[in-house]
Design a protein around this ligand. Sequence first.
Ligand code: ATP
Ligand code: MG
Length: 437
Amino acid sequence: MRLSRAFLPTLKETPAEAQIASHRLMLRAGMVRQTSAGIYAWLPLGWRVLRKVEQIVREEQDAAGAQEVLMPTIQAADLWRQSGRYDAYGPEMLRLKDRHERDMLFGPTNEEMVTDIFRTYAKSYRDLPRNLYHIQWKFRDEIRPRFGVMRGREFLMKDAYSFDLDHAGATRSYRQMFTAYLRTFARMGLKAIPMQADTGPIGGNLSHEFIILAETGESQVYLHKDLLEFDVLSQPVDYDGDLSPVVDFWTSRYAATDEKHDEAAWDAIPEADRVSARGIEVGHIFYFGTKYSAPMGLQVSGPDGKMVNPEMGSYGIGVSRLVGAIIEANHDETGIRWPEAVAPFKLAVLNLKVGDAGTDALAARLYAAFDPDAVYDDRDERAGVKFADADLMGYPWQAIIGPRGAAAGKVELKRRATGERVELSVEDAIARVKGGG
Ligand code: ATP
Ligand code: MG
């Protein structure tokens, strides 16, 4: 992407309404533009990050055996009357009428719809277990939308739904998603801690929230410090095998949100091992048995010929919230510091003297080596503006090309995360960025 032709706008002024770093930086870096309270347009820079986050979520859901579908945003109220939630949901639900005066709604979640789809096809225990997910926009008319995309009204969620024959099967599905979640967040460079949670309006008996620690988080959390040190990506995972080595570690150490906090259990932990902090919920998983399958008449014939209601669970990830959460965990005074896995572009090539034959030639070579995963700052701007924008946008690598270096065939390579700079030949710079180290 050549910056002279790109729509990558920035804001000079810090927007007054933005109270936390991620919101300020997303507005300043031109990632999103608020169009109504809690509703955002995703501009090219933000959209690229959102898609990368979404793709990691997708890969880990697929690896865990879930299958992707796409359900609509608009749902018929009648489905929600079958579960009893149409009246129960309250003012967070955006209710609409079509031209025939039929009650419709913009989905805040999809338990009813997926149950309806599944009951059309599932006939016997051989159709179980199954897990269906989609990545789709949700609407919740939050009373206080704030912190930018972290608590929006329209937001992108991954929601998966599992169907099992019995409690043992449902527990297994729950543990598969539990493991997939740990891996998903770790791949984004986040430490997300699963914590026992209340089940809220989804209902049910077992639930964990996945929470990352950040000063600006909305929840107060308490945990054993060992949980911050566990490296889940170094553990082999066999989704068809025994998941205990990964899952059981987390249930053996204390971690709780405010609502579930147990003072006695907390006091029993040595003080040096206790961490109490603020946290951001990035995912939430539920096991709720037959809460939807029973009232909605989803049943299959069991191995003994008797009809049974499948046991269900649902599993959400806040895909758009994650973009804000990742920035909360990765920024400094000058801007964002993207982890490579979700960076909008891997490299920014800063040509400090556009029109100079030497700098133009080196810049073109570097850019060609990484396009389309690079931006090329070929604008007619001062060096200071180029440095500031590249720091703000947070690309993991910057290749700085000035006339003096170019005459010697050298570029200056800067690593955004550490600020470390080295002078290298173009070939070495390319190798270094490709190698990621
Ligand atoms: P919260 O407690 O933050 O209001 P929730 O418990 O109502 O969230 P869930 O129904 O568990 O949310 O939804 C799954 C995930 O969707 C949450 O873990 C969160 O990451 C994300 N999410 C929920 N509400 C919002 C929102 N208003 N804006 C952005 N993301 C959201
Ligand atoms: Mg939740």
